[in-house]
Structure formats: C-alpha cells, structure tokens
Design a protein around this ligand. Structure first.
Ligand SMILES: Cc1ncc(C[n+]2csc(CCOP(=O)(O)OP(=O)(O)O)c2C)c(N)n1
Ligand SMILES: [Mg+2]
Length: 216
C-alpha cells in the first residue's frame, strides 16, 4: 500500500524510456486487420448499449467493474473532454465498480455518474446500494446481465475446449431478485429504445436508476 502519487513518482525514477514506435505500428496493423465493429445483428448487443451511453451523455463519469462489460466499455465508449472513465485496468477486482461510482458521485455531486457492471461483479458489493441511498448519491447502474461470469466463460470456450465450469449464474441466482427489494427504479430491458429512455430520464430527473439489460 502506498500513496499513488508518491509511488508513481518513485517508480518513474527507476523506469527507462522505451522506444514504442514498432509496437504501436504493430497494434495499428492489428487494428486495420480486425477493426472494431458495432454488432447490431439481433436483440440488444453490448455494443448497442455503449452506443446508447455515447448518444445520451455529453458529460459523465463512467465507472466500470471487471469483466467482458469492462472490455466493451473501453472499446466502444467515446471518452474524452467532459466524459471520463474510471476503470481498474489489468488484474482488477470484481466488485470495484459500484463503490467506485458512489465515491465518484460523492466527490462530484453535480456530474452524471454511470456504473457499468456485470451480474457477477455487481453481486460482490451490491449491499453498497444502501450506501448510495443513505449518502444521497444517485448514480445510474448499467447492469450487463448476461447470466454468466462472461470473461471466464469466454476463456473456457476459447482455450479450454468448451469445458464450462462454475461460470453460469442463471440457475443459482438471478440478480434481479436480489436487487428489486432494494431499489424501486429497477427496470429489466430487452429493447435498446428502453435503455435510451432510462438513461434519458435518469439524466433529467437526477434520480438513481438501475438499467438491468438482458444483453447477448
Ligand atoms: C474478486 C475477483 N474474483 C475473480 C476475478 C476473476 N474474474 C475476472 S472477470 C470475471 C467474471 C466477471 O463476471 P461478470 O461480473 O458477470 O462480468 P461479465 O464478464 O459477464 O461482463 C472473473 C471471475 C476477479 N477479477 N476478481
Ligand atoms: Mg456477467
């Protein structure tokens, strides 16, 4: 544990400047070979949700949890100017998103704060909904509810011959059942127009809401 500013200054004393030109060129090549595309083929895709956030917010602090939703957020959100991103980067801890979003709202009460989280990560710290309520910290929670520990499932699918283990959340738990009792604005959404509506209303009313998306 250390003061981040102090620790980074000390680390900088040790770090040597590297020539990253070749590496950046290589990545640009990959990007040209496999450009990011918005998948809009069916239902509500994660990309469509990110696009809805892009469209509905001119300014916001967007906080992510850890998992596939985090990857999509970093790939598809338009960050910059008055839109800021707080994310835990590599080796992040599930459960980071909600408390970090509450902290951001308390620090910047007049800014929109959106927490993009997964059904796994959200369950780790969702008791903090009570903190958001008692501390008067209305945030929008965009829950990418795919019924899986998606990031780990993806590894099992691609690298472990589809031998799925302990990544399905559908039978054991439905995050909606837990959440409903706590927050009256929970909406389960399966159409993209609905999520836009919730984002819009949240922005204009200043009330916290959870947009629970059954995304694919
Ligand atoms: C505390 C903790 N446990 C386990 C992990 C490993 N891990 C990384 S992503 C992930 C799955 C996250 O699932 P979910 O929150 O539903 O997000 P999704 O990938 O489905 O978008 C797991 C288990 C972790 N990062 N942190
Ligand atoms: Mg999930």
């Amino acid at each position: 544990m250390a003061d981040a500013k102090l620790a980074l200054e000390k680390l900088c004393e040790w770090a040597e400047k590297q020539d990253t030109e070749k590496w950046v060129e290589k990545m640009k090549g990959w990007d040209a070979e496999n450009p990011l595309e918005m998948r809009k083929d069916r239902g509500m895709t994660p990309q469509m949700i990110m696009e809805a956030i892009n469209r509905n917010y001119k300014e916001a602090i967007i906080v992510t949890d850890v998992g596939q939703h985090q990857m999509w957020a970093t790939q598809y959100l338009e960050i910059g100017g008055r839109k800021k991103l707080i994310t835990s980067g590599g080796l992040g801890s599930m459960g980071f998103g909600l408390p970090a979003a509450i902290g951001a709202k308390i620090a910047k009460p007049y800014q929109n704060v959106i927490c993009i989280t997964g059904d796994g990560g959200f369950q780790m710290n969702m008791q903090e909904l009570a903190t958001a309520i008692t501390q008067d910290a209305p945030i929008t929670i965009c829950l990418l509810n795919n019924y899986y520990l998606g990031m780990v499932r993806q590894m099992q699918q691609l690298f472990y011959g589809k031998r799925y283990a302990a990544t399905c959340l559908r039978k054991e738990k439905d995050v909606r059942i837990h959440v409903r009792g706590r927050m009256k604005h929970v909406r389960h959404m399966c159409r993209i127009c609905k999520i836009c509506g919730v984002l819009w209303r949240t922005w204009h009313s200043g009330n916290g809401r959870i947009a629970d998306t059954g995304c694919i």
